[in-house]
Ligand binder design. Structure first.
Ligand code: PNS
Length: 166
């Protein structure tokens, strides 16, 4: 039986830390569905379509990875996609409290789906989408922390390059 994991998140935008978790996840699972939450209540810098496109460009297309968008409850989506697990990256102690709460709530909602945490590589331990956006908004150099397409899009978004420069 093929073992599928859902890797959910906002991915606003995808970072090298996320890419690292997908690569690690593929060593455990046959298939990973990167699932972007469509949440109108959350103010995101990039549209769902832009986020999906950036992930598609950043991940190895030959691998068993699908990129999808979901709304509603994560466990319902996971069940619909026949996933056995929810995959989440864990960086530091600061992530723990929220992740613990999320995992236990998801377990309460559906006992069949397990949450699996993977540690990002040490070089990505300090990276989050929020800190990347903050640095990029002031013109900070975020090359090497995010895939090249994301770096370019952030510079465009914050007016540090125009698409005509490319
Ligand atoms: O990258 P993020 O923003 O930390 O991801 C959070 C995400 C998308 C995993 C979480 O908000 C989520 O699963 N939302 C969907 C609604 C849901 O099922 N919430 C958890 C149980 S109430």
């Amino acid at each position: 039986m093929e073992r599928t994991a859902i890797y959910p998140g906002s991915f606003d935008p995808v970072t090298n830390g996320h890419v690292d978790i997908v690569e690690r996840g593929l060593k455990i699972f046959d298939r990973i569905i990167v699932a972007i939450l469509r949440n109108p209540a959350k103010k995101c810098l990039f549209t769902v379509e832009e986020r999906k496109e950036m992930i598609e460009t950043s991940l190895n297309r030959d691998s068993n990875v699908e990129i999808d968008v979901f709304d509603g409850l994560l466990v319902d989506y996971a069940k619909k996609r026949n996933a056995v697990a929810i995959l989440r990256g864990m960086r530091a102690v600061s992530d723990f409290e929220y992740e613990f709460q999320l995992a236990l709530m998801n377990r309460k909602l559906n006992r069949e789906i397990q949450t699996v945490f993977l540690m990002t590589g040490l070089r990505w331990i300090f990276i989050s989408s929020s800190i990347i956006k903050e640095a990029a908004s002031f013109g900070g150099n975020i090359n090497g922390m995010v895939p090249p397409v994301v770096s370019r899009k952030l510079k465009e978004k914050f007016g540090f390059i125009s698409s005509a420069d490319e």
